[in-house]
Write a protein that binds this ligand. Sequence first.
Ligand SMILES: CC(C)(COP(=O)(O)OP(=O)(O)OC[C@H]1O[C@@H](n2cnc3c(N)ncnc32)[C@H](O)[C@@H]1OP(=O)(O)O)[C@@H](O)C(=O)NCCC(=O)NCCS
Length: 203
Amino acid sequence: MVELAPTLNFRDVTVRPIRLRDAREVERLLLENRGWLERWEASLPAIPGPLVTQFSVRQAIRNLLANARQGLGMPYLVEYRGRVVGQLSVSGITGGSLNSASLGYWIVEEVAGHGIIPTAVALVTDYFFLTRGLHRMEICIRPENGPSLRVVQKLAFRYEGRRYRYIHIDGDWRDHECFALVAEEVPDGVLARWQHTVNTPAD
Ligand SMILES: CC(C)(COP(=O)(O)OP(=O)(O)OC[C@H]1O[C@@H](n2cnc3c(N)ncnc32)[C@H](O)[C@@H]1OP(=O)(O)O)[C@@H](O)C(=O)NCCC(=O)NCCS
């Protein structure tokens, strides 16, 4: 099957397009990490309770792939040292005069704090800006989600403001803080800019 996007890699982190046959592994990780993830998981207003069953993970991947084939999104798995550890999805790709998209992500608790998601976000944003010609990438985060706010802080996404009751998460409509970058803010790429700040000691 033709891949919908190339696999991206930096050091121990690999970001590759998700496949239907990943459903079982993704479901296992989601179930094992319920307590870690459910507070931040998207939910559906009409359906109470968690949506994680093998059928729904398979169906969710099917929907994501159908969406990707229409050019509306791109679903990835995140691997760390060759092991699947999380998911990252580009959604809401609009072309034309807006030419923007949104990013969402999660990682298993066991490997949190290794800079894996910042690396994955940087790789995917650079690919979309430099190869796909996207103009703007957005990340929206609940104000209570300190670890995720650190991700955008590390990568210097620009704060754009709070959206009131913006996304249905963990059973209710939640406010979100929105951050974005446009391509001309990062001419050398997000990954290179972040690595430069990491490797340059502050005065
Ligand atoms: C948000 C998340 C994706 C960050 O991924 P990550 O690869 O761990 O990112 P980082 O390694 O850069 O860590 C970010 C911050 O998380 C915090 N953190 C690190 N290890 C942690 C742990 N074991 N438990 C809780 N928080 C931790 C630290 O504040 C860290 O910042 P620091 O590096 O300045 O200390 C991850 O915490 C996660 O999946 N959380 C649950 C799902 C979620 O919130 N998704 C995002 C919705 S917007």
